[in-house]
Design a protein around this ligand. Structure first.
Ligand code: ADP
Ligand code: MN
Length: 162
């Protein structure tokens, strides 16, 4: 079973996933996979990013997960294009701006991502694509607190409670 952890860059997906991994969960960091296995069709130099080849990413993720009945967490702002169940991390625009600036993103990249967060882009796409969508607000909270919420949601999904 795959559960996606999605959200605009800077909402804290990877931070939460590192804690999940320390707690024994299996995580696929999609960015790393796409880069290390060259699962992209283009390099977008202007935006300092790669254009993922989602068909190949999907096949590779399915291959890695196999028929494992344990849960695998997908760490990616595109996880909702692959998983049927997703948790969307959210961050208030002012805090997201601070986090992305601290990460030394360019002005335009900060603006692009903050706008996407304001317009609920990932949430809207998730609701459109996925069967189950959960939302966790990370604003003003430590990654450890957010991770507790995420673990609670995962447990609920696995036990079929909701
Ligand atoms: P993502 O994987 O969603 O792009 P990261 O986990 O890489 O996000 O976090 C982006 C930045 O924000 C990092 O510098 C990280 O230290 C910081 N960060 C992550 N989660 C939180 C949080 N809950 N509160 C404050 N800062 C956070
Ligand atoms: Mn990340």
């Amino acid at each position: 079973m795959i559960i996606g952890l999605t959200g605009t860059p800077g909402t804290g997906k990877t931070s939460v996933c590192r804690i999940l991994e320390a707690h024994g969960y299996r995580v696929i960091h999609m960015n790393e996979l796409i880069k290390s296995e060259h699962l992209y069709s283009e390099v977008d130099k202007e935006r300092d990013t790669v254009v993922a080849d989602m068909d190949r990413v999907f096949s590779r993720v399915c291959e890695l997960v196999g028929d494992d009945s344990d849960v695998t967490i997908l760490d990616s702002h595109m996880a909702h294009h692959i998983a049927d169940t997703v948790i969307v991390l959210r961050t208030a625009p002012s805090e997201l701006t601070q986090r992305l600036k601290a990460r030394s993103y360019s002005e335009s990249k900060v603006q692009e991502n903050v706008e996407a967060e304001c317009l609920d882009v990932v949430l809207v796409e998730s609701v459109e694509w996925c069967q189950k969508v959960y939302e966790v607000d990370t604003t003003g909270r430590m990654a450890e607190d957010v991770e507790e919420d995420v673990e609670r949601i995962i447990s609920g999904v696995l036990s079929g409670d909701d």
